[in-house]
Design a protein around this ligand. Structure first.
Ligand SMILES: Nc1nc2c(c(=O)[nH]1)N[C@H]1C(S)=C(S)[C@@H](COP(=O)(O)OP(=O)(O)OC[C@H]3O[C@@H](n4cnc5c(=O)[nH]c(N)nc54)[C@H](O)[C@@H]3O)O[C@H]1N2
Ligand SMILES: Nc1nc2c(c(=O)[nH]1)N[C@H]1C(S)=C(S)[C@@H](COP(=O)(O)OP(=O)(O)OC[C@H]3O[C@@H](n4cnc5c(=O)[nH]c(N)nc54)[C@H](O)[C@@H]3O)O[C@H]1N2
Ligand code: SF4
Ligand SMILES: [Mo]
Length: 753
């Protein structure tokens, strides 16, 4: 019998609604469902991924049964085992390792927002390990931390057509990274006569091309630019004096601090025309309402990351663009159970917290830092998710794996990530992982990381599992919907895996919900919405109120901001306690090339260039979707892009093979030409060959050849959070007279597991 079932795509964080036609537990057709969130079929019309859903559900490359390694680590030989055998053995081995070295011997790794990560985090909290590595330091935390330290909570853009006058898009390219309503809004902004779009990006992206003003900033100098805008806004008398007087702390200090940041100085440092800096300041400062969205271009610049976010917060504050219509809105706490309660991080005992490796290194991104900030946010009844904000620094976890110092990290759970492609310094990650006693990978495919695991556990994906996607619990929004079918073959949801491991390790009390849908229903309960009601619309959302800082607090006077002073802290009272700056100042650039390497490359006819990596490109996502033949036909090569002028100067042409190197390692790419700053190379990330047989080391799916993370490093970090750099780094580039090897390789697919 054919049934119509509501469900959702999850090939990006947007989780669009679909109707699945289901026959005998199998999906036979899938079509967009305009009656549920995001209610906009145009998004799907512009999306190249969603039609893959049916193929992915039953791809011959999927892992369908638990696999246990039979040969040496990375041998590429597996046996199929039952779930009970796999989970019994994993639980027993984890317990043994914890008895021997302490629970912190277990580390975990997560990646982008592919799954709900609280089940893993809950498992880790109850197991007793703080060592969850994530991508937090370089993807989300910097902004969340600095917004919270400045405003007492996080902030997001509130673009109102016809009201907001200026929109700044800073270090983000939604044209490629966010195929959603947001990109459509930006297109509308760009067309509106009464709105101005300003884009800050070293590349002339599609977003930059739509802008009224494009600032092609030199990578890593955004803090200086933001301070320059603050300076100019003050000079031109565009400050919202009343707001600053009533609600900002440290304005006089800020005035002094930004004095040197004249348009000429900023132009020199940032490689911009000073007139453009002035114009941008006027556009932001004079607007009735100005909104600002930042992204990975800022988050992944190493040492400058915290000061850049702080400077941007100051820019919003002195212009009064805080919590007012059409500007930058403080989010609300969630009505549903916040992530922090579901992850159960408070279960870690003081002794277990003391094993947190970050404590001595990154005073903000650790439990003590979290507690300091929590004291502030709790004044207004809010808490950030703890696991993300305290996530362990990969540099320290990798050292513990490699050397056993300060204690032995011997086991790793990899959940929805492919660290051999996406974590910094692949050679080091590989060396460290190869030393482990136990690696368990939860994934759909035999990724390069899965190929060196002890166990690969088959995971149910979109359509086979329910979705309640929340923003780490820092906003009052959650979206998604129900599963259309039971998982195919023997796949399980991530939740089931962590619950069943937890049950084997004495965590029964913490896992009352038999299924993920039950857990989501419980998560929604405090919001007064049932799971079924939620599934009907596919969204829980409440628009935040404006000017919440004026609402009466416990004593009847305006509640203000949840900071040390109750005001917006232009000058931070909290950061100096952690060894940070009261007022922001640009950090040093991270250099990955030694003088010897540069000299050597120059001798071989190469050059030393600025490098940015990982700029998002549809239809791929990090290391995913490269197996799609249609995608590969259209976007066949891992590219290293330079401007036409740079290519000419170097005597290179589009299509040439180039080798890029740093002190960490090298990788090869095809040269592309794109509109961007000169003397800069923009390098794709995530490239491997999922179409090759997953035959283990040394090939590991062809991941060594064009993997830009063979060049990056997490060993140099921003001092408060631990952010390393994927942008604003350097490399040497030389021409190579042979094509990339995959051009010669066959594309066999015969791995049915
Ligand atoms: N297609 C696709 N979409 C994705 C993803 C994907 O892998 N593929 N990944 C998802 C994830 S995990 C994330 S975090 C988001 C990220 O989403 P975004 O933040 O929008 O990331 P990008 O699209 O790479 O845009 C970052 C921009 O910053 C610019 N940039 C680089 N260095 C600097 C700098 O120093 N200063 C400034 N001002 N700009 C700089 C780059 O040129 C680039 O255009 O995308 C999500 N969406
Ligand atoms: N050089 C460089 N490196 C970067 C970046 C960069 O810009 N430049 N960006 C960084 C950023 S912002 C991010 S977020 C990371 C992204 O890094 P990752 O998240 O590691 O990248 P993906 O390739 O998306 O890996 C996701 C893996 O999870 C699997 N998967 C998908 N959904 C699920 C699920 O629901 N459950 C399970 N168990 N598995 C699932 C997929 O099959 C895939 O193998 O990369 C970071 N690394
Ligand atoms: S926009 Fe994202 S969630 Fe929506 S259909 Fe496309 S890939 Fe799927
Ligand atoms: Mo990310």
């Amino acid at each position: 019998m054919l049934e119509e079932k509501r469900t959702n795509c999850h090939f990006c964080g947007y989780c669009c609604a679909f109707i699945a036609s289901v026959e005998d537990g199998r999906v036979v057709d899938l079509r967009p469902d305009p009656t549920r969130y995001p209610y906009d079929e145009r998004i799907l019309a512009g999306c190249r991924r969603w039609r893959m859903n049916l193929d992915v559900l039953d791809s011959p490359r999927r892992v369908n049964y638990p696999l246990r390694r039979t040969g040496d680590r990375g041998s590429g030989t597996w046996e199929r085992v039952s779930w009970d055998d796999a989970l019994d053995d994993i639980a027993a081995r984890l317990q043994k390792l914890a008895d021997q070295y302490g629970p912190a011997t277990l580390a975990s790794a997560i990646g982008g927002p592919h799954a709900s990560f609280w089940p893993l985090h809950r498992f880790m909290s109850l197991f007793g390990s703080p060592n969850n590595m994530g991508i937090g330091q370089i993807c989300w935390n910097p902004r969340i931390w600095m917004d919270t330290i400045t405003f007492g909570w996080t902030i997001e853009a509130d673009i109102i057509m016809g009201y907001t006058e200026t929109v700044f898009i800073w270090g983000t390219n939604p044209a490629q990274s966010d195929n959603s309503a947001f990109w459509r809004t930006l297109l509308a902004v760009s067309k509106a006569d009464d709105m101005t779009l300003v884009v800050v990006d070293p590349r002339r992206t599609q977003t930059a091309a739509a802008a009224d003003l494009w600032l092609p900033v030199r990578p890593g100098t955004d803090c200086t630019l933001a301070l320059g805008l603050v300076h100019e806004i003050i000079e031109e008398g565009l400050v919202d004096q009343e707001f600053v007087h009533d609600w900002c702390h440290g304005y006089d200090e800020l005035i002094e601090h930004v004095k040197p940041y004249t348009p000429e100085f900023v132009g020199r440092v940032c490689g911009l025309d000073p007139a453009d800096v002035v114009r941008a300041a006027q556009l932001f400062g004079a607007a009735r309402a100005a909104a600002l969205v930042s992204g990975r271009g800022i988050d992944q610049t190493g040492e400058s990351v915290a000061p850049t976010h702080r400077a941007i917060c100051c820019l919003r504050a002195i212009t009064g663009n805080v919590d007012r219509p059409g500007s930058c809105l403080m989010t609300e706490r969630s009505d549903f159970t916040p992530e922090v309660d579901f992850e159960m991080s408070d279960a870690l005992t003081p002794e277990q917290r003391a094993t947190c490796l970050n404590t001595a290194h990154t005073p903000l991104q650790c439990f003590q830092g979290y507690d300091l900030v929590r004291e502030q946010t709790e004044k207004l009844g809010r808490r950030l998710p703890m696991r993300y904000m305290t996530s362990a620094l990969p540099d320290l976890v990798l050292t513990a794996m490699e050397t056993g110092e300060p204690y032995r990290v011997s086991a790793l759970i990899v959940n929805a990530t492919n660290p051999l492609l996406t974590y910094a310094d692949t050679h080091r990650v590989y060396r460290a992982f190869m030393k482990l006693d136990l690696i368990v990978v939860l994934d759909y495919y035999l990724t390069p990381t899965a190929q060196i695991a002890d166990y690969v556990l088959p995971i149910a994906g979109a359509i086979e599992r329910p979705i309640f996607q929340i923003h780490g619990g820092v906003a009052n929004v959650g979206y998604g919907g129900p599963a259309a079918v039971e998982p195919y073959y023997e796949r399980k949801t991530d939740y089931d895996v962590f619950r069943e491991l937890g049950l084997r390790l004495g965590q029964a009390d913490a896992w009352p919900d038999a299924t993920l849908a039950d857990a989501f229903a419980r998560e929604l309960e405090p919001a007064g919405m049932s799971w079924d009601e939620y599934c009907q619309t596919g969204i829980y959302y409440r628009q935040p109120a404006y000017e919440k800082f004026l609402e009466p607090g416990p004593d009847g006077s305006p509640q203000g901001f949840a900071t040390t002073t109750g005001k917006i802290e232009l000058a931070s009272e909290l950061l100096p306690k952690l060894g940070g700056q009261r007022l922001p100042e640009q950090g040093r650039r991270m250099r990955l090339c030694s003088d010897e390497l540069i000299a050597c490359a120059e001798q071989a006819g190469g050059v030393h260039l600025d490098m940015i990596t990982g700029s998002r490109k549809q239809p791929y996502n990090a290391s995913m979707y490269l197996e799609n033949p249609a995608f590969r036909k259209k976007s066949p090569h891992p590219l290293a892009e330079v401007s036409a002028a740079t290519a000419k100067r170097l005597g290179l042409e589009a299509g040439d093979t180039v080798e890029l190197a740093t002190d960490q390692g090298s990788a090869r790419f095809v040269l592309g030409i794109a509109r961007m700053r000169d003397d800069l190379v923009n390098v794709d990330y995530g490239w491997w060959h999922p179409e090759w047989n997953p035959d283990g080391a040394p090939r590991l799916g062809g991941m060594w050849e064009s993997n830009v993370n063979c060049l990056t490093s997490c060993a140099q970090q921003e001092p408060l959070i631990g952010t390393w750099a994927y942008n604003a780094i350097d490399c040497v580039m030389t021409k190579v007279d042979e094509p990339l090897s995959y051009d010669k390789e066959p594309y066999p697919v015969d791995n049915a597991h």
